[in-house]
Design a binder for this molecule. Sequence first.
Ligand SMILES: [Zn+2]
Ligand SMILES: [Zn+2]
Length: 344
Amino acid sequence: MKAAVIEEFNNIIIKEVPKPQLGYDEALIKVEYAGICGTDVHIFAGHHKQAKPPLIPGHEFVGRLAEVNTDKPINFKIGQRVAAQPLTGCGKCELCIQGRDNVCVDLNIFGVHSNGCFAEYIKVPLKKVYSVPETIDPKIVALVEPLAVAMHDVRRSNLLVGQTALIIGGGPIGILIAMVAKLNGASKVVISEINEKRVKFAEDMDMGFDVINPLKGNIDEKIKGVTHNMGFDVVYEVSGVQAGADLMTKAAKIGGTIMMIGIPTKSYIVDTGAVTLKELEMRGVRIHSQINFAAAVDAIKNNVFNDKLKRLVTNEFDIEDVKKALEFSIKDKDHFKVLLKVSK
Ligand SMILES: [Zn+2]
Ligand SMILES: [Zn+2]
């Protein structure tokens, strides 16, 4: 099969590789579209601690069921469109038993720890496969993984109806968190973003987000203004940079919650004095658990906001141009989701 392989950092080539061999209870999926995520860019550039070449990257995809290896009855038809959760846990450890497969002691994320979806075919365990109706645009289904991440982030934050939320960083994950926070009944959803094009994009989503640029005007006054001097119930830190860390403790309400989502490339300093004095709760959050992947599939199946989701796809490249697509993702600061067209 055809696959995009990172042979060494900053070099990815299209080459023929053997089609994955199915183990028992596994499924082979023919990939239609794959999304490029910040993680793929980090792996390509050699900034990812766990991923090692040679590797087929990619963990966001939609495709068609090509083959299954099981003797149990299944609810799928060969050839139908499917989504699949791109990770496995051991299934046996304490965390897997709690449904926290995303932080399993033996976590395997496709495209990070093992081969991913920037290829004609990917194999996944059958229990990770979800059917998706033909009527839904596959480019929307390709966004199910980042949507699952946003659902995991909001659910784990315990955001309540009527509460206020600040999202630091208005990229694809930030916007998706804002969308899910709205869906969850937040009374006010504010996005902090410094890129003016992204500010405009968030405003144009027309979902009632307030967008603030912390580099323009007095941020403290703005926070007070939109939260009646209280600060935010939940702050989602997606930027992973020092300025974001400075803002998160400042912007959180006394007794509020901070969700640590952005992975810093360099450790940053947290104002732990503020955490103590304000009795803040800080919670780490990683990728998504299967229950949230299932919830994201359902949200797309039930067309909760598919038209808005589709707007996140700003660029499309053919898989043959994967290197160009990754370089574009590094250079261009204004895009949201870049999709690779892998097969028809
Ligand atoms: Zn991702
Ligand atoms: Zn486990």
